[in-house]
Structures are given as structure tokens and as C-alpha cells.
Design a protein around this ligand. Structure first.
Ligand code: MF3
Ligand code: CO
Length: 248
């Protein structure tokens, strides 16, 4: 069942989104060689609490931290810990908050110090794919237009979109209908209209799209070991147009 939001609900989601954006800005300042992912998690947790919000990931299906930190060939759901970042790494940081009962969810991938041109291109293609998906998120379009825009953006640049994980509706719960695939057919699926709130989140691999989960039960990595990036925004369709909720 798809839950369309009222203007008041969208305002609370905007607040939750602002907290997410603020935490991601903090992460941009703190990511550098030597910092551990556990330190980033602590900083993020403190910033969320200080903003009168809650970290939505903590305890979700037993997840033990406030953010996900996924390095290099790790795609999503990496668990923060003692690992220190190294010059040349890339790190995807995923943040979710709950503010007055409403959720925000966003992710970015950052380079640690100087990164290779190939890694830089991966980041640009993934961010571009998210923007292409957002641009299609308008009343009158269909869900498949978003999916296809993301897939086409990535594949025409000779990279691949992860298929086993998807974007999602979001609101009072982190995951609501509809599922938003990062591949599909234009014109397919749900007709988009105002009040729809979705998290769009392309995950892009330099190599093959196939994935596997590490023995920790969470960390998703590329099967072929090539690097992967992840960008996510929570957006609303408002007055027929896309509005990014996870921004300052
Ligand atoms: N952005 C991710 C998602 O939409 C965050 C989930 S991580 C979890 O699924 F730890 F909470 F599961
Ligand atoms: Co999400």
C-alpha cells in the first residue's frame, strides 16, 4: 500500500531530512586518512541526538550502529568499527534519522585524500545517476521512468547498477511501498503524483553488478571485487515536481 503524505507530514520529513544532511556535511569534514569508521559513527550518533532526532538504523533488524560505512568494494551496510581509512579509499556513508515520527534517509560516497581518476569517475557516475532519477520524479511520469533513467545513465557510461538492493518508499517507516528498482522500463509501473515520498539510491559497481554478503551478515560487497559507490536522497513529489528532503 502506498501512503501519500499531507503537507504537514512533508514538513516533518523535511526536518528529518535536514538532520540527515547536516550529519553528512559533518562526515565530509571528518573523513580523512587515519579516522576510523567507529569514530565517524560516534560523531554521527551525537549529532543526530543533539538535533532531537533518533538514528533509524540502530536496532533495525538488529543493526548495531547509527550509520553504515562501506569502503571500496563494499557496496552498502558496512558496519562501523576499528578500521581506519587510508589515502585513496572511497567510503559510502548512509545516514537515517527519525524526527517527530518521520524518517529521512540519504547516503554519499567520499574519497579519502587523493583518489584515482577511475574512483573519481565512479563517484561522479553514481551521483549523476541519482540526479537523473530525481529529474524523472515528476507527476505524470511512472516509476519505471526513474528506474530506467538511473540504469541508462550508468550503463551508457560502462558501469553497472546493483540489482539485489533497491530504493524504497519512506515516511513513518524507513521502508514503505513502492520498491524503486535501479533498472527497469520507461512507462512501467506506478503513476507518480504529489505526496509520494521515496528514497532513491543507486548503487553502482565499476565491474559486474552481482553481490554477496560477508560473514558479519550485513556487509554487501561486489562479487568481482571491483569498487562500488552509493548516493541516496529522500525526495517528495510536491506540486508535481521533485523536492529533495535530505538537504540543508
Ligand atoms: N539506506 C539504507 C536502506 O534504505 C539503510 C538501511 S541500513 C540498516 O535500506 F542498517 F538500517 F538496515
Ligand atoms: Co534507503
Amino acid at each position: 500500500m502506498i501512503i501519500f503524505k499531507t503537507t504537514q507530514e512533508l514538513q516533518k520529513m523535511r526536518q528529518a531530512g535536514r538532520v540527515v544532511a547536516k550529519v553528512l556535511e559533518l562526515m565530509k569534514e571528518r573523513v580523512r586518512p587515519g579516522v576510523t569508521t567507529g569514530e565517524l559513527d560516534n560523531l554521527a550518533n551525537q549529532a543526530i541526538i543533539k538535533s532531537k532526532a533518533l538514528p533509524s538504523f540502530k536496532g533495525y533488524r538488529g543493526y548495531p550502529a547509527s550509520i553504515c560505512t562501506s569502503i571500496n568494494e563494499e557496496i552498502v551496510h558496512g558496519i562501523p568499527g576499528k578500521r581506519a581509512l587510508k589515502e585513496g579509499d572511497i567510503i559510502s556513508i548512509d545516514v537515517g534519522t527519525i524526527y517527530r515520527g518521520y524518517q529521512g534517509d540519504a547516503a554519499i560516497t567520499l574519497g579519502v585524500g587523493q583518489i584515482t581518476p577511475e574512483a573519481q569517475r565512479l563517484l561522479e557516475v553514481t551521483q549523476g545517476a541519482l540526479e537523473a532519477g530525481i529529474a524523472q520524479s515528476r507527476a505524470g511520469n511512472h516509476l519505471g521512468d526513474i528506474s530506467w533513467a538511473i540504469q541508462d545513465y550508468v550503463e551508457s557510461r560502462n558501469m553497472s547498477v546493483v540489482r539485489e538492493y533497491t530504493g524504497h518508499g519512506i515516511g513513518r517507516r524507513m521502508h514503505e511501498d513502492p520498491q524503486v528498482f535501479n533498472f527497469g522500463q520507461p512507462g512501467d509501473g506506478l503513476g507518480l503524483q504529489s505526496g509520494l515520498t521515496v528514497a532513491l539510491e543507486p548503487m553502482v559497481n565499476i565491474g559486474d553488478w552481482r553481490t554477496r554478503v560477508l560473514d558479519d551478515g550485513w556487509t554487501v560487497v561486489t562479487k568481482d571485487g571491483t569498487w562500488s559507490a552509493h548516493f541516496e536522497h529522500t525526495i517528495a513529489i510536491m506540486d508535481g515536481e521533485p523536492l529533495i528532503l535530505t538537504q540543508l
